[in-house]
Design a protein around this ligand. Structure first.
Ligand code: ARG
Length: 455
């Protein structure tokens, strides 16, 4: 009764759920490169005739030119980039095209293509992160002496310098780069030649195809080769970590741009206005970087959950590996570019930062440290004495360094007027010369070293 109407239904739904061409067309360059390396090896090993290999290579070159000029045609019937390319090859050179798929399966083909793609994506991210590091270094160098409040619990804690604060993000990005470098090194093995899952009886040379595609070596287990997506997860995990750092920096800019803080003025180029409130200047780009980190983490989670519990070897679930990686990569590339632009162009209101650093009793620790150093007082007792000095300053409505010496001596007779030399914010930061400390001299030394690291 309804069979006539439904007869075409399952077929067209199947076609739709099965096809990956709408997204895996992004792998076309890698797919052509993999096929060219494969057919060259087949010819060298005497598995296909030299003439046939040449016709196939020329056909692949022509297809690459077509894709470059017009894009990849999305034909759901042809499922994926591998079949779209192979069927176009058959149109161009006839049945010889069918020899390309000797000793190969789409399972090792897609694993190879995707590794090549992830490798290029890592190189692109690395270049972006180097740009961000350079921007951070330049601004940190300009502000190595600029005093600002350092926070713990978002409460003014001790004075630090803006240069030191920015260099903290340089260190995060340095670790991100090392994670991406690790991911790339682990991905540097070529699965091509694992075939469907068990290897092949043809006398192929997997070392030759691995080398031709710029991999360090072939993979060592055919089952693992076609079912391993660690390289994609490594990428997503490194991307997640990097996006968390970008999100933290974005959050600082958002807080700093708020009126109560007023530490920065974000450039027009990275702000938006409000259609109703004319005074508004919203840090949308920073907010979106903060938001994108959530989506990138979601992409990582998606692929973890896809891979969890899959038996060896290939299962079609694994076709779902590509959309989250593509999405995360696009979001990360955009986030890096936006944060780099903001770091380069933000206006730091260093007078406002200094004013706040001076107003929050931020040098209380310096008073306690002085009592330890000069008075031989145990730190816990010095902490207590300092607490009373802070209470007195608060009651009098003045900063610590404006408390009269008489008041301080009433609190503890061992205090004398040498104390005023350590109570200023400049003296406080200058004293923090421990390795990695906020003293301008330390910050400058780290910047110089970092400049060498970057080359
Ligand atoms: N489009 C597929 C994917 O991305 C290619 C591999 C298909 N292999 C298969 N046995 N159906 O995973």
């Amino acid at each position: 009764m309804w069979g006539g109407r439904f007869a075409a239904g399952p077929a067209s739904i199947m076609r739709e759920i099965n096809a990956s061409i709408p997204f895996d067309k992004r792998l076309w360059k890698q797919d052509i490169a993999g096929s060219k390396a494969h057919v060259a090896m087949l010819a060298k090993q005497g598995i296909v005739e030299g003439e046939d290999a040449q016709a196939i290579t020329e056909g692949l070159n022509r297809i690459a030119a077509e894709y470059e000029a017009d894009g990849v045609p999305v034909d759901l019937d042809l499922e994926d980039i591998h079949m779209v390319t192979e069927s176009r090859l058959a149109q161009l050179i006839g049945p010889t095209a069918g020899r390309l798929h000797t000793a190969r399966s789409r399972n090792d083909q897609v694993a190879t293509d995707f590794r090549l793609w992830v490798r290029d994506a890592i190189d692109e991210v690395q270049a972006g992160l180097i740009g961000l590091q350079r921007a951070l270094l330049a601004r940190a160098g300009d502000h190595a002496d600029a005093v600002m409040p350092g926070f713990t619990h978002l409460q003014s804690a001790q004075p630090v310098t803006l240069g030191h604060h920015l260099m903290a993000y340089y260190e995060m990005v340095r670790r991100d780069r090392s994670r991406f470098a690790d991911a790339r090194a682990r991905a540097d093995e070529c699965p091509l030649g694992a075939a469907a899952l068990a290897g092949t009886g043809f006398p192929i040379d997997r070392h030759a195809t691995a080398a031709a595609l710029g991999f360090a070596r072939p993979t060592d287990n055919s089952l693992d080769s076609v079912s391993d997506r660690d390289f994609a997860l490594d990428y997503l995990m490194a991307a997640t970590q990097a996006s968390l750092h970008l999100s933290r920096l974005a959050e600082e800019f958002i807080i700093w741009a708020s009126q109560p803080f007023g530490f920065v003025k974000l450039p027009d180029a990275y702000s938006t206005g409000s259609s109703i409130m004319p005074q508004k200047r919203n840090p949308d780009a920073a907010e979106l970087v903060r938001g994108h980190a959530g989506r990138i983490m979601g992409c990582m989670t998606a692929l973890c959950v896809t891979m969890k519990g899959l038996p060896l070897a290939y299962s079609k679930d694994m076709q779902d590996d590509k959309p989250p990686v593509f999405e995360a990569h696009d979001l990360l590339a955009l986030s890096i570019a936006a944060m780099t632009g903001m770091v380069e162009t933000v206006t730091f209101r260093t007078d406002r930062m200094r004013g706040l650093a001076e107003s929050g009793f931020a040098t209380a620790t310096d008073l306690a440290d002085w009592l330890v150093r000069e008075g031989g007082i145990p730190f816990r007792e010095a902490h207590h004495i300092t607490g009373r000095a802070v209470a007195a300053a608060e009651a009098a409505g003045v900063p610590l360094d404006q408390l009269p010496i008489a008041t301080l001596q009433e609190i503890d007779g061992r205090i004398d007027d040498r104390i005023y030399a350590v109570l200023t914010v400049d003296a406080s930061v200058a004293s923090r010369m421990s390795h990695g400390g906020t003293a301008p001299a330390q910050v400058r030394a780290r910047i110089a070293q970092a400049q060498e690291e970057l080359g």
